[in-house]
Write a protein that binds this ligand. Structure first.
Ligand code: GTP
Ligand code: MG
Length: 195
């Protein structure tokens, strides 16, 4: 998709500040700290610094909203599971994210991003189960594939698919460094959001 405009809209920590009206369809991005959520958003938009990225895990501790082509909202969710993030913030993660996800008629898709080198863990499995129970469509993206050789990518993808109980083809292979997988992620977003 051609991104003509991509703009930061707001950061929020309180439910009253989450956009839930149906004016614009929303696509949310979730995943472990430092997995590459913000980098993926930037790559999709062809912008280097739209969503702030960092070598320090746990930088994004707010829910950030971005308007894409004035027709879609991207929602960068804070990462979970990083030990150095203070316990207090870790405890707040799930309630904060849940209150955004729950009863949100504008949310069309959650993109769950996982590092291809790390298999799904409890957090990913429980989040996916919760999304399924709540009828929220989800799609898993395996990122940082530039870090592995072709054979390893195939092995990791097969193992992740088995763990998640899905077909391998459903797991999108992605790299923010090379841009591989960008069109496939966009296809998924466009079809879910109807844009
Ligand atoms: P938090 O907001 O802290 O949860 O992190 P995040 O998930 O938004 O990750 P971010 O996009 O900030 O990236 C974290 C680090 O991983 C940065 O150093 C990125 O440059 C690097 N990174 C992200 N995606 C890729 C990728 O596809 N390949 C490689 N090699 N590095 C990546
Ligand atoms: Mg981030």
């Amino acid at each position: 998709m051609k991104v003509v405009s991509a703009e930061f809209v707001s950061s929020a920590t309180e439910p009253s500040k989450y956009y839930k009206d149906e004016a614009l369809p929303q696509v949310a991005f979730a995943g472990r700290s430092n997995v590459g959520k913000s980098s993926l958003i930037n790559r999709l938009c062809g912008r280097k610094k739209l969503a702030r990225t960092s070598g320090t895990p746990g930088r994004t501790q707010l829910i950030n909203f971005f308007s894409i082509n004035n027709s879609l909202l991207f929602v960068d969710l804070p990462g979970y599971g990083y030990a150095k993030v203070p316990a207090e913030i870790q405890r707040r993660w799930r309630p904060m994210v849940n209150s955004y996800l729950e009863d949100n008629p504008a949310l069309r898709l959650l993109v769950l991003i996982m590092d291809i080198r790390r298999g799904p863990k409890e957090e990913e499995l429980s989040l996916l189960a919760w999304l399924a129970e709540n009828d929220i469509p989800a799609r898993v993206v395996l990122t940082k594939i530039d870090k592995l050789k072709r054979g390893q990518i195939a092995r990791e993808r097969a193992a992740a698919a088995k763990n998640l109980g899905v077909d391998q083809e459903e797991l999108i292979l992605f790299s923010s460094v090379t841009g591989q997988g960008k069109e496939e992620v966009w296809r998924e977003i466009r079809s879910a959001a109807g844009v």
